[in-house]
Ligand binder design. Structure first.
Ligand code: GLN
Length: 257
């Protein structure tokens, strides 16, 4: 089987709160299932070759780092827009999420122009939305799935869009601290404010990305189950810290499916 090819875009600038840990998890979960992995880092200014790429990660960053990245985005936009349109799995976290959109307007009124892969606008608010977060995953039509996702958020930007959300906020702030929604799902894009990093405590989200990658290769088959005892224990401890139930039902549902 051809290696799972993962690209970390601009790791020297977009890697807040160990977002690259998401790649470590994807890599580990693929390797444990006997799927070889090829991880490539593409630094700002370097050529991006998307041939054979299965998953892209865009991590978070400070406003300053986002400004630096944004200046170089026009050279990457055509290829990324084409790939996003074709359903390539793209995991975008916080600053990376904002950069997928139209713009991020800073408190000064200055606008950082994004990749415009999705019709999303972000504006800085007067306070920082920070802390541990738990959401319930939603279906594309906005129904609750009973699956929880946990992590940490820290952002000034408030994001608004009309796409299906990644989740419904149970604890924390989410997209804008107002509408109770978190993140965005569109085609292969999974965009979220959740750091932590996201995937170590949320193995079901990691497997969703892997399944999408497999399906794009024409391999529509279930992933072999892994022993996720530690992952779910970490997940559960965040739920408990936030005063939520222990997540057991989520795990059982996943094991059954
Ligand atoms: N700089 C952005 C904000 O504050 C994103 C921060 C992040 O990636 N955590 O909204």
């Amino acid at each position: 089987m051809k290696p799972l090819r993962i690209i970390h875009l601009f790791p020297e600038l977009l890697n807040l709160y160990a977002d690259q840990g998401n790649i470590a998890v994807l890599r580990d979960r693929a390797l444990r299932r006997g799927w070889p992995v090829d991880v490539r880092q593409v630094r700002l200014g370097e050529t991006l070759d998307l041939a054979g790429v299965d998953i892209i990660l865009l991590g978070g960053g400070s406003d300053r780092e986002q400004e630096v990245v944004a200046r170089a985005l026009p050279m990457y936009r055509p290829d990324l827009a084409h790939a996003a349109d074709a359903g390539l799995p793209i995991l975008a976290v916080c600053g990376g999420y904002q950069l997928l959109g139209e713009y991020y307007e800073l408190a000064s009124g200055e606008r950082i122009t994004g990749l415009r892969l999705v019709d999303v606008a972000t504006r800085a608010g007067g306070t920082r939305l920070i802390g541990n977060v738990a959401v319930e995953r939603l279906t594309p039509s906005g129904q609750g799935t009973g699956e929880t996702v946990v992590g940490f958020e820290n952002h000034v930007g408030r994001t608004h869009h009309e796409y299906p959300a990644f989740g419904r906020v149970l604890r924390g702030h989410g997209n804008n601290g107002e509408d109770g929604l978190e993140g965005l799902c569109h085609k292969g894009i999974v965009a979220t404010y959740i750091h932590g990093p996201l995937l170590p405590k949320n193995p079901h989200v990691a497997d969703q990305l892997l399944r999408t990658a497999l399906r794009r290769r024409g391999l529509d088959r279930p992933l072999a189950p892994l022993d996720d005892t530690f992952e779910w224990a970490a997940h559960k401890s965040v739920l408990q810290m936030l005063g939520l139930s222990d997540g057991g039902s989520v795990r059982e549902r996943l094991v059954r499916s």
